[in-house]
Ligand binder design. Sequence first.
Ligand SMILES: C[S@@+](CC[C@H](N)C(=O)[O-])C[C@H]1O[C@@H](n2cnc3c(N)ncnc32)[C@H](O)[C@@H]1O
Length: 217
Amino acid sequence: MVPEIRLHSAHPGSGLRRLAEQGGGAPPYWAYQWAGGTVLARHFLDRPETVRGKRVLDLGAGSGIVGIAAALAGASKVTGCDTDPHAIAALGLNAALNGVSILATGFDLLDGPPLPDVDLIAVGDLFYGKRLAARVVPYLERYREAGITVLVGDPGRAFLPLDRLVPVADYAVPDFGGAGDKKAARSTVFAFDIAQADAGAPAFDGARARASSAETC
Ligand SMILES: C[S@@+](CC[C@H](N)C(=O)[O-])C[C@H]1O[C@@H](n2cnc3c(N)ncnc32)[C@H](O)[C@@H]1O
């Protein structure tokens, strides 16, 4: 789906189980490419004008697929953020493998203000948990309030805030986090916005908009 990008990926001989046996903390999400990140990566490479010359923050970077695509598409600076130290290591290895430079941070940024020097924040597949989603939404709202573009890539995880999302494009991508069979599933790039109701506008029907106006690629 994204042949331009090479990633160190998990396979049966990787021995990832050793991490769990050592009390390795978070699940090794960084060892896989998720549908949400994959769709953003495809979008950045197909529409480089989305990120060209911009300073991009890849939130929940995992393998780094989103930030790597942004860098390959001409972003002027890419920062990858992930709270899992193994993801930070994977991000460095994968960036090097693709010949791009990505600044990495392992800090949990979600309760703070928007990072300075960011023109676009990209969020690939971060709405899989209720508590996490409840923290991500206000964090993204702070970026929008500061006039910063927020793009979300997601195949429709359980806690996706559809009422804040306007579909931009969708693609068929392998979904590692879905049924586990890695079959291609539709996954969408959305623009995140502050709640329409807050602006006095009628409530936004994200599901209907997704069905009717998503660009199919
Ligand atoms: C499902 S993976 C998606 C990875 C990548 N964006 C992709 O689409 O392939 C979610 C990632 O978010 C990271 N994560 C979870 N909570 C986070 C937080 N508060 N701040 C930054 N990253 C976080 C996890 O460690 C994991 O690597």
